[in-house]
Design a protein around this ligand. Structure first.
Ligand code: ADP
Length: 645
């Protein structure tokens, strides 16, 4: 055995080994060491010397000394087992000293050789597994990092095999299941921890993911925790695939959404409550409008009646005028308060339609000329300015609301102007229509102009103020214009006058296939109108006009049919036309009856003379408008269109 130092003395003599065996030992790629039964190195092949990083000085060394201190116990055990034939020989991974201090991991196996020499010796085979050991350590480190990571995720994270058994879970899952650590879940299924019904549902979902290969995202799952507390989780489950792409289980992540679910429930409750409150508010508003308007209309009607029944020079006339004026003011204020509440609660109705703008403007002009005449405002001139010719003034919008805002401006202009002119109208500005009302009235200071659009704001707050009003008109106008995404504003100079304006987006009416005409015509189509008229000839004339416009006409020709109609049909008709010539009609009382059944149904009067006292009484009692006899076809239809929204 070339290059080896064979032991002498009390130890077995290795030089007696047959040369062919020696050769085998020398060429082996496994590190081989022969030890005496006392554990002294008798021989080390070149592979072993390289492993230990030594030469012949290894011979005669105590075998244990070739290992690091933490492996010595195991080395001794191995040696003992080898000497003790009854023990099953085992392999052991030990830390070997390479060049005294470097560590190499080796799988060490020791066996007894009986026939190699005259006395038995030990053969030690060592396989260098340092690389494997490094790899194993790396994997262990990575697994450790992975576990740390999934335990740090404040959600349930788990992996299950095809049978639904846990392969991995984090501490949140073990806590939920009521076990001390995630290891205790391995190999177990949901059926071991959850109520059967819930476990079945989880299993079904997971099997579906496995079958389809499609993830299930954010499934809402109910969970009963180990402490019997019910919780809600939002869980996502994904298919788990091996390197060949085969599905071998599922991965899941679940987030506790109990607080969110509770909040949602509370929100839903609050929403239902708010909606109910809103409905109550609407009902209250509708009732309020009905309950207050009806008696007020009555007061106004009877006051008018009283006024006519006492001599003109009676001093009581003054008091009655006072009742009428205040009653009307109160009625307008109630209507304003109802409007502002509806704007606030988002219940203010808006109906867009195709209409001819110039028609509306002219209607306003004539009704304000009439109003100014009634108020005796002969020192003021009213001018209308329009940018479009009639034919091109078809627009798409809410004609009633445009009229309402302009009326608010015009009412103020009349109220705050004592002489001069009021100009109103509209101009086209890029994509908008700009409506304006300009007066030569008392004007507003720069300081006050900023606040007048706020509700209840008035320039003169004193109790002894000259001008009546609740300070709601402009706030309502502001609310309405904002609903149309428009702008509202005012320019004014004290003692010179004011200009109030608002803009709305300019949307041309759809004129295709005469849709504007259609729209206007359609507004009356299939509407129901009750005509109260005891004169066959005048009724027939009305009936023909209404039929031509495809309006359904109901006729009340005597008192019985009138009462029968308004009791049973007042809520079903769109307009009631009252011919003032009808003998048995009790003007004011009839209107009150109608309005007490349906305060919303418009009442149109047909009267012979403008100054009919009976007409005034009915208007005060709540009639909406009137037209004069003989009835003009177009006038009737246009008036009906303004009454039917
Ligand atoms: P009011 O019912 O008091 O008229 P508005 O909201 O319509 O309520 O108007 C608020 C205030 O703005 C008025 O009280 C008045 O002081 C001022 N104002 C409105 N229009 C004019 C105007 N054309 N000229 C002068 N002041 C006006």
């Amino acid at each position: 055995m070339k290059g080896t130092n064979l032991m002498k003395g009390s130890e077995p003599d290795i030089s007696n080994v047959h040369p062919s065996i020696k050769e085998l030992l020398e060429v082996s790629s496994i590190s081989l060491v022969i030890l005496s039964r006392k554990g002294i190195v008798l021989y080390a092949n070149p592979e072993a010397k390289e492993l230990f990083g030594v030469n012949n000085e290894i011979l005669g060394t105590d075998f244990e000394k070739l290992f690091f201190i933490d492996s010595v116990t195991d080395t001794k055990k191995l040696l003992k087992e080898a000497l003790d034939r009854s023990s099953v020989q085992k392999e052991q991974i030990l830390r070997i000293k390479h060049k005294e201090n470097e560590a190499i991991w080796g799988v060490v196996k020791i066996s007894t050789l009986k026939a190699l020499l005259s006395e038995s010796v030990l053969l030690c085979q060592i396989k260098n597994v340092s690389e494997l050991k490094d790899y194993e350590e790396k994997i262990a480190w990575q697994s450790h990092l992975l576990l740390e990571l999934i335990n740090a995720i404040p959600n349930n994270v788990f992996i299950k095999n095809l049978k639904g058994e846990f392969l991995l879970a984090n501490v949140f899952v073990s806590k939920l299941m009521g076990v001390d650590n995630p290891q205790m879940l391995l190999g177990k299924t949901d059926f071991d921890f959850h109520p059967k019904k819930l476990a079945k549902k989880y299993f079904k979902d997971e099997q579906e993911v496995i079958k389809t290969g499609k993830a299930k995202i954010n499934i809402i799952e109910q969970v009963v925790e180990s402490n019997n507390i019910r919780k809600w989780y939002s869980t996502s489950k994904f298919p788990l695939k091996n390197s060949e792409g085969e599905i071998i289980g599922i991965m899941g992540i679940g987030r506790d959404i109990t607080t969110w679910v509770k909040e949602q429930k509370a929100l839903r409750k609050a929403k239902i409550k708010a909606e109910r409150a809103d409905q109550l508010k609407s009902a209250f508003l509708a009732n309020l409008s009905h309950e207050i308007r009806t008696p007020l209309n009555g007061i106004l009607g009877f006051s008018q009646f009283l006024k006519q029944s006492i001599p003109k020079d009676d001093k009581d006339q003054k008091y009655i005028d006072y009742i009428i004026a205040n009653g009307k003011q109160l009625l307008n204020q109630i209507i304003d308060i109802i409007d502002i509440s509806k704007i606030d609660s988002g219940q203010f109705p808006i109906y867009k339609r195709n209409f001819v703008l110039n028609e509306i403007m002219l209607e306003l002009k004539y009704s304000y000329i009439e109003k100014m005449r009634q108020l005796g405002l002969s020192d003021i001139k009213l001018h209308l300015e329009m940018d479009l010719v009639d034919k091109q003034s078809g627009i798409y919008g809410d004609n009633l609301r445009i009229k309402q805002v302009l009326s608010n401006f015009l009412n103020n202009a009349l109220k705050f102007t004592h002489q001069g002119e009021i100009h109103f109208g509209y101009r086209l500005e890029k994509d908008n229509i700009r409506f304006f009302v300009r007066d030569t009235g008392i004007g507003i200071s720069t300081e006050n102009i900023r606040t007048i659009f706020e509700r209840f704001r008035q320039v003169d707050f004193s109790l002894s103020r000259k001008y009546e009003g609740a300070g709601l008109g402009l706030a309502i106008a502001d609310g309405i214009v904002k609903l149309f995404d428009g702008e509202i504003g005012a320019n004014s100079e004290l003692n010179k006058g004011s200009e109030f304006y608002f803009t709305i987006p300019f949307e041309k009416a759809d004129l295709s296939a005469g849709s504007l005409k259609e729209e206007s015509e359609n507004r009356l189509k299939n509407k129901r109108i009750l005509v109260v008229d005891d004169l066959e000839s005048s009724y027939e004339q009305l009936e023909i006009i209404l039929f031509q416009n495809e309006i359904e006409v109901w006729h009340a020709k005597n008192q019985n049919s009138f009462y029968e109609s308004i009791s049973n049909r007042a809520n079903k008709v769109d307009v009631i036309i009252l011919n003032m010539q009808t003998k048995w009609l009790k003007g004011c009382a009839s209107i009150q009856k109608i309005k007490s059944i349906n305060s919303r149904v418009p009442v149109l009067l047909i009267t012979k003379e403008l100054k009919n006292p009976h007409k005034e009484e009915c208007m005060a009692a709540g009639a909406d408008t009137y037209i004069l006899e003989p009835v003009n076809h177009e006038k009737l239809i246009n008036t009906l269109k303004t009454l039917i929204e």
